[in-house]
Ligand binder design. Sequence first.
Ligand SMILES: C[S@@+](CC[C@H](N)C(=O)[O-])C[C@H]1O[C@@H](n2cnc3c(N)ncnc32)[C@H](O)[C@@H]1O
Length: 242
Amino acid sequence: MIDKKQQNFDAIAPYYDALLWVTSGSTILRSQTALLPEIYERSDTIRTIAVIGGGTGAFLDTLLNRWPETIPLPDVYSIDGSERMLRISRERIARAYPDSLHRLYFIHRRLPWRADKPPPGWPRFDLIITNYVLDCFDDATVAQVQSQLHQLLKTNGLWLCVDFYVQQPGRIRRVLARTIIRGLYLFFQITTGLRPTRLPAYDRFFSEHDYRLRAEKTHAFKLIRARLYEKNADAAFRLTLK
Ligand SMILES: C[S@@+](CC[C@H](N)C(=O)[O-])C[C@H]1O[C@@H](n2cnc3c(N)ncnc32)[C@H](O)[C@@H]1O
């Protein structure tokens, strides 16, 4: 039964991968892995990774599978609000990387957290990944989630953000993009109790906090955009001065 007060992906977790495959083939996974070469270029500096809302772990599996052989695997914190998604992901990763389980942490947690400080024991990260999860929040909450994640990201750390977006060139394409995205929200409203009905302005946070855009790729006629940002040293410095 879906909790009407809180969205939850538990109900669709067992069917999630099949649903993705039927509706979009390999596009969603390809959009998430498109910027892996840019991440691997910096792999010698990446020791801790946070995957937020990683779902069934398909992306994490690919990320670890292609990790450069000469560089030790990083510690990975996979944080998700759905217990069932997390269980599926943990089982998948445990099967694929039995020797690295001590480096992998699966944390059942909904963002944003309520306190001023991050949950005790969470490290600061060299890479944060938010693929198709910022779209689960409304404008006010997404800014709160992003600023909490910003606190956890080290200066010069990377942030991979893959999601839908609608700044399509041309009116017809924009209308089409909005219609497709509205349909997706309706689907997730019915199956997960998702409350937002449109994409939040998640771009704003990155520009307001001087993140440097390191790489970008678009997919599905520009309906999906993968961006790799770097947290600017100056931005972190300014925040501590405030
Ligand atoms: C649309 S799915 C995307 C899954 C995966 N990243 C992918 O691209 O296939 C959204 C994921 O974010 C998680 N999620 C949604 N809201 C969340 C929240 N407030 N805190 C933590 N995880 C959340 C869901 O449980 C789900 O696993």
